[in-house]
Structures are given as structure tokens and as C-alpha cells.
Design a protein. Structure first.
Lengths: 161, 266
């Protein structure tokens, strides 16, 4: 056992976990943040994507100990109170989900994509950048639409800040 | 995940010392291969020693005729490094093709070379550019480093600290990625050194891991052009054959990817 200290969604936490614990299990089983999903457990599907120090990573492919000292943001940490993050709002408005299982990872990856490209996104780029996130329901069409929509909204909200 | 003991090393010396005290330790860099392999119990180290936070192992530098990428530098940082893009754009481009964006944030060049997956990208650049692999004990020439599938010249407990690439006159990389895994079904790195020598390395195709292709090197040395590769004969013997592609298919891919790499190199 070791104590892993990290900041999750702005809150400092210290969690006693077995060394073998994956970051996703620390989040889900110890902090009850079950919005982050385990889809494949083989680094392929992206349902477990969270932000660690501002980068979208697969939390099923990290030991909790590797996140010691890090700043982690999960799907639960992106809305401002009742106000959805622009990416969440765009997924809702564009019907960018069906069963919703992949959605938390899609949204966390998509925010990272917009951060990296700014407003300079087109459909081909979004599809290519989402290659680490798998959706078995939608055929991606509305997901891509939502990301492009959100890219515009995030640019506007950043400019307003 | 199965039982193991996790250590975070703060220096290369501490990592080496922790390794010496463990029964069956493995070094953990980005963990994008080791952790999936541990989940499948293809590896079950008693201890994992994390190199990912060692400051002396992170960074990209160019000095004189050499581009140096320190071992724990993630692929994303290489792909977006202005230093790497200026010194050897083909290396930055290669890094941008590895895995997916989340994997590139975590995976590292040292981890890739220590693992030496026969379909990994970095071995192709390392061998084609005649790079030097620096470890905590010595420097190893790329020509002496790769020893077949998942095998390298590294000794037990030896830690890669950096890879030094001689900056070539021209270099290019082209890969045909497996559509699901993004590993190279075949990837070809071509380089023309400043002294006019030509080196070509292929990943993903051979049963013995990354390899040079003398016939393409000779053709390009005579005429640096995609057309020069048209008449080269690549035998299928010794090439991988699996559900993703036959050895004949990979032999053809070697030619096509080499031509695209030369076109990209200019």
C-alpha cells in the first residue's frame, strides 16, 4: 500500500491504494467518480480518458502512483455548477451520443483536441484525432458535429473571459 | 491489475540501485506497452521502477550535427518540438504517427527502443539514421543494438538515457499503419547522410524485427528518387505473414513506403 496524493477536480486528496491500482480504479472505486468508464481495459477504446496536468490520457493505462502529485480533471470536473462545459452542451445539442458509455472519454479527448488546435479544426482533423476513442453506437457523425460546434463555442467563451 | 510493487525513481542512479535490490524488476517509462502487457500477464514484474519523472531524462536538444532526444520524452513532445522539427523533421513526423493522441502523451522513445516491438516506429528512424543509444553504462551504435524481436543489446538493469541522431542531409518516413492499432504493418525510414551515404530501415515487415534493405540503399545511392526503387526486387522470404498481410504483400509495401518516404524527404 502507498498513499497517493493528487488534485482531482480542484480538490486535494490523499488515497491509500495498493501499488497495482490503476488511476481509473482510484477515481472510480476510491473517490466514487464513476463518470470515467472502463470500456476495453486494453488502451484502445478511450472511455477512461481524463486530463492529467492538462493532457488527455488513458487512465486505465496508468498506475495510480504515476499520478502522484498530478492535477487530474475528470468528466465530473468540467461543468461550472449547473452550467455545462461548452463541449458537454454541444454533445447534448447535436445528439452526440446514444448509449453514453463512450461519452465521458469522447468529451475529455475532444476538449484536449480543441485546446491543441484552437478554432482551426475541420471534420477530417476531428475524425483523425478521435482515433483513440471508440463509439459503437453513433457512427461518429454527430460526435464530430458536436466537437466542431464546441470548438466555435469554446473560442467564443475563451474570448469572453 | 496483478500484484506488483511500484517505485518512483528521482534519478537514474536511484533507479539502477532500486533495480539491483529487486528480484524481477522492470523499468516503467510511459507504460503504454508495459502496463497492457502486465494486464495480460505476459510480464509479471515483482517491482516496477518508474523513470517517467526523472528530469535528466526529459528534453529535446540539437547541438552541431546531432539531435538528442532524452529517453523519457513523450512522443507528443517530440512531435511538437520546434528543435526536432527543424533538425530532423522526419523524426518529429514519425513521433506524430505513433498510437493515438492519448498514447503519444505518455509513451516515450526510451520505452519504445527498450521494448523493440517489431512493428514499432522509432527503431526504423534509429537504425536508418545510424543513431547512438546512450545508456547509464555506455553508448551503443544502432547497428549493434537491435537483436531481433523484442531483443536488444541492453543488459539486465541497463537504462537508456538518450538517443543521439546525426542530422542527415535528407530523411523521410512513410508507414502503412494497421487501421486498429496504428502499429506499422510496414514502415520505411530513408536517410541520406551529409557524406552522401544512404541508409534505409524497415519496421513491421521482417520476422527478425527492424532491418536495413541494401537493395533499396544501393538504388537510392545511385539515384535519389522514388523512381529508382521501381526496379528493385524485394524477396518475400523472411518477411512476416499473418492475418493482416502476407509476406508478398509486405514485400510490396516496403517498396511503396520507401518511395513515399523518398518523396517526403524531397
Amino acid at each position: 500500500m502507498s498513499t497517493v496524493k493528487l488534485t482531482v477536480n480542484g480538490k486535494a486528496v490523499a488515497v491509500d491504494v495498493e501499488d497495482r491500482t490503476l488511476l481509473v480504479h482510484l477515481l472510480r472505486d476510491h473517490l466514487n467518480l464513476t463518470g470515467t468508464h472502463v470500456g476495453c481495459d486494453t488502451s484502445q477504446c478511450g472511455a477512461c480518458v481524463v486530463h492529467m496536468d492538462g493532457r488527455a490520457v488513458k487512465s486505465c493505462t496508468m498506475l495510480a502512483g504515476q499520478a502522484d502529485g498530478a492535477n487530474v480533471t475528470t468528466i465530473e470536473g468540467i461543468a461550472k455548477g449547473d452550467e455545462l462545459h461548452p463541449m458537454q452542451a454541444a454533445f447534448r445539442d447535436n445528439h452526440g451520443l446514444q448509449c453514453g458509455y463512450c461519452t465521458p472519454g469522447m468529451i475529455m479527448s475532444a476538449i484536449d483536441i480543441v485546446h491543441r488546435y484552437g478554432g482551426q479544426l475541420d471534420e477530417a482533423t476531428v475524425r483523425h484525432e478521435l482515433e483513440g476513442n471508440i463509439c459503437r453506437c453513433t457512427g461518429y457523425h454527430n460526435i464530430v458535429k458536436a466537437v466542431l460546434d464546441a470548438a466555435g463555442r469554446m473560442k467564443v467563451s475563451q474570448a469572453a473571459e | 491489475m496483478y500484484q506488483t510493487t511500484y517505485h518512483r525513481a528521482s534519478s537514474v542512479d536511484e533507479a539502477a540501485s532500486l533495480f539491483g535490490k529487486s528480484s524481477e524488476a522492470k523499468f516503467l517509462s510511459g507504460g503504454q506497452t508495459l502496463l497492457p502487457v502486465m494486464k495480460q500477464r505476459l510480464a509479471s514484474p515483482s517491482d516496477v521502477i518508474d523513470l517517467g519523472k526523472i528530469k535528466e531524462l526529459i528534453g529535446v536538444e540539437a547541438a552541431g550535427d546531432t539531435l538528442t532526444i532524452k529517453a523519457a520524452t513523450p512522443h507528443y513532445d517530440v512531435a511538437t518540438s520546434d528543435v526536432a522539427k527543424k533538425a530532423i523533421p522526419a523524426v518529429a513526423y514519425l513521433a506524430s504517427l505513433i498510437g493515438d493522441p492519448a498514447v503519444r502523451y505518455r509513451g516515450t522513445i526510451g520505452g519504445s527502443l527498450a521494448n523493440n516491438d517489431p512493428a514499432a516506429d522509432y527503431p526504423a528512424a534509429t537504425l536508418a539514421l545510424g543513431a547512438t543509444i546512450k545508456t547509464n553504462k555506455r553508448s551503443i551504435a544502432a547497428d549493434d543494438y537491435f537483436k531481433g524481436l523484442f531483443s536488444t543489446a541492453l543488459e539486465d538493469g541497463e537504462i537508456i538515457t538518450a538517443v543521439s541522431f546525426p542530422i542527415p542531409a535528407k530523411a523521410g518516413y512513410a508507414k502503412f499503419p494497421h487501421p486498429a492499432s496504428r502499429f506499422a504493418l510496414t514502415g520505411v525510414f530513408v536517410a541520406q547522410t551529409k557524406s552522401g551515404d544512404v541508409r534505409v530501415a524497415v519496421t513491421g515487415a521482417s520476422q527478425s524485427g527492424v532491418m536495413r534493405v541494401g537493395a533499396i540503399e544501393a538504388a537510392l545511392k545511385a539515384n535519389w528518387s522514388p523512381l529508382a526503387i521501381d526496379s528493385v526486387n524485394i524477396p518475400a522470404s523472411g518477411l512476416l505473414s499473418d492475418i493482416h498481410g502476407s509476406s508478398d504483400y509486405r514485400a510490396n509495401l516496403i517498396k511503396v513506403m520507401a518511395q513515399r518516404a523518398v518523396a517526403a524527404a524531397g
